[in-house]
Design a protein around this ligand. Structure first.
Ligand SMILES: Nc1ncnc2c1ncn2[C@@H]1O[C@H](COP(=O)(O)OP(=O)(O)OP(=O)(O)O)[C@@H](O)[C@H]1O
Ligand SMILES: [Mg+2]
Length: 494
């Protein structure tokens, strides 16, 4: 059981103050939300709590006792468990191995018993996890549940969740909230970071708002509305209305015929210029595989993929990226979206580093790259940019903005977007949606995959519902939610 008190916590990175004299009390048995824009300092503060960073100044008290959290291990020993914004699982190992990794006891000797204990947690918390699956083969949604299981198994009493619902579907969220409440009702405590204000209002007892590294306010969750919260976070804010004018393009840009591959069963569809085809569905129903086939990461067993008149069915990813006008926003920005150790500029030109003006006589042209970088920073409002900063050090939302800046830069005719607004704050989300709608108006064909039903409905011209690798139907996005819900669960409404 933990009551946590932070006193004057300050953390600087170079000239940037990520946490500025933060004082905060987190009461035991509560769910405490920390809100703030991309780059406000939320993750940094949590990294301090979980022993990943040392603060430059300030103290941490647990039950009025001064503690020093100087490693992940000391955090765990104090009962603090953190689930990171980016998963930290080992892809090549099984789920079970990932959970057991680093826990005490002889691995082989107690394996059977550990397995039983872990399975018990899965059942208690209804986590639906396959212990024998390899992590690299499971969906992001399941990976997230594995992360939760991992800290539960380590006996966490204070759970830190950094954007935990970013990849869950409405049904899963409900279930997930029940899990969290069950945890807190047993006298435990949760710190909850999210950009989804409705969820914060639904779940949390107390809210703290950070702005540019400072605590702005802490208050109880009473009579709050998303608008009120948004105003406190970023000041007066008028919600922009997304407009989706009717367009008259006729050319088909992407045509997929009877595609068959592992986890995909005979999917067919086409997307015209100026059209957004949304795909809604519970995470892990074939979305990732579908995108992987289109992008050439895996070869289909049967079926055909055409870009305009070109048959690209068996093209390599490299050729697809180099030769077609395509923008690809991957689900997992950490592993395939960005190179963490490179600068912002170099990440922005990743697909063009061998071409003019970025490369002349085999030499990278710093000035040209800098120009692209400056433009992206302004247009996409990328925050936290220090001289020579590598992309891995930017906040989650700011990393996502870089992928979008790169993938939309050359006005692609086909855009494959998976969870494009994941981890973005309100302002950035609206900006990205506007950019994608602008691309649509300019004639881009867009495949928009999201587990956020409201979002995908709002953006799409037509909406496909995917279930167990099949399209249940392609419908009008304004179809009522109940019907969409049934289709998402694999049922055909009367
Ligand atoms: N290791 C680091 N080196 C340099 N700057 C860093 C480092 N870690 C974080 N920062 C900077 O500190 C600031 C706060 O980042 P942080 O990740 O805490 O933001 P956040 O509130 O979690 O944002 P988001 O909502 O986008 O995840 C950002 O400007 C970020 O670029
Ligand atoms: Mg963060």
């Amino acid at each position: 059981m933990v009551e946590l008190r932070l006193k004057n916590i300050t953390k600087k990175f170079g000239s940037l103050t990520a946490n500025d004299n933060i004082s905060l009390t987190i009461n035991q048995g509560t769910i405490h939300a920390i809100l703030g824009e991309n780059g406000a300092g939320k993750t940094t503060l949590m990294n301090i709590l979980s022993g990943l960073y040392d603060p430059d100044r300030g103290e941490i008290y647990i039950n009025n006792k001064l503690v020093h959290i100087n490693s992940s291990k000391s955090a765990i020993d104090l009962g603090i468990g953190m689930i990171h914004q980016h998963f930290m699982l080992v892809p090549q190992l099984s789920v079970l191995e990932n959970i057991i990794l680093g826990t005490k006891g002889k691995y082989t000797l107690k394996l059977k018993q550990k397995r039983l204990e872990i399975q018990q947690l899965i059942d208690d918390y209804k986590l639906e996890i396959d212990l024998d699956a390899k992590v690299e083969n499971i969906s992001v949604g399941m990976q997230q549940r594995v992360e939760i299981l991992k800290v539960l198994y380590r006996g966490a009493k204070l759970l830190i969740l950094d954007e935990p619902t970013a990849v869950l579907t409405p049904g899963e969220i409900e279930n997930f909230f029940n899990i969290l409440r069950q945890f807190v009702n047993q006298g435990n405590t949760i710190i909850f970071i999210s950009h989804k204000l409705e969820e914060v209002i639904k779940l949390c007892d107390v809210v703290t708002i950070l702005r540019r590294g400072k605590v702005i306010n802490t208050f109880e969750n009473k009579n709050l509305s998303p608008q009120k919260l948004a105003t406190m976070m970023i000041g007066e804010h008028t919600k922009t209305n997304l407009t989706k004018p009717r367009l008259s393009y006729t050319e088909t840009i992407l045509k997929v015929d009877n595609l068959l591959v592992k986890n995909i069963h005979n999917i067919s569809f086409e997307i015209k210029a100026g059209e957004i085809l949304g795909i809604a569905g519970v995470d892990g129903n074939g979305q990732q595989e579908l995108v992987s086939v289109i992008m050439g990461f895996i070869k289909p067993k049967k079926g055909k993929i055409k870009y305009k008149d070109i048959d690209i069915t068996n093209w390599t990813t490299e050729d697809i990226i180099k030769q077609l006008s395509i923008g690809y926003i991957p689900e997992d920005r950490k592993t395939i979206g960005l190179v963490s150790s490179l600068s912002i500029g170099n990440n922005l030109i990743l697909k063009q580093y061998y071409t003019y003006p970025f490369n002349q006589w085999g030499i990278l042209q710093k000035k040209a790259i800098q120009t692209v970088e400056n433009k992206a920073i302004t247009n996409f409002d990328i925050r936290g940019v220090e001289p020579n900063i590598t992309v891995g050090k930017l906040s989650g939302g700011n990393q996502q903005k870089i992928i979008l800046a790169r993938e939309l830069a050359n006005h692609p005719q086909l855009i494959i977007a998976m969870q494009p607004t994941r981890g973005l704050d309100i302002a950035a989300t609206e900006y990205i949606q506007q950019q994608l709608l602008k691309a649509r108006e300019n004639g881009a064909a867009i495949l928009y995959i999201s587990t956020e039903l409201e979002e995908v409905r709002k953006m799409s011209d037509r909406l496909a519902i995917i279930y167990r690798g099949k399209f249940m139907d392609i419908i009008n996005p304004n179809t009522d939610l109940e019907k969409i819900g049934l289709l998402m669960m694999g049922m055909t409404p009367e």
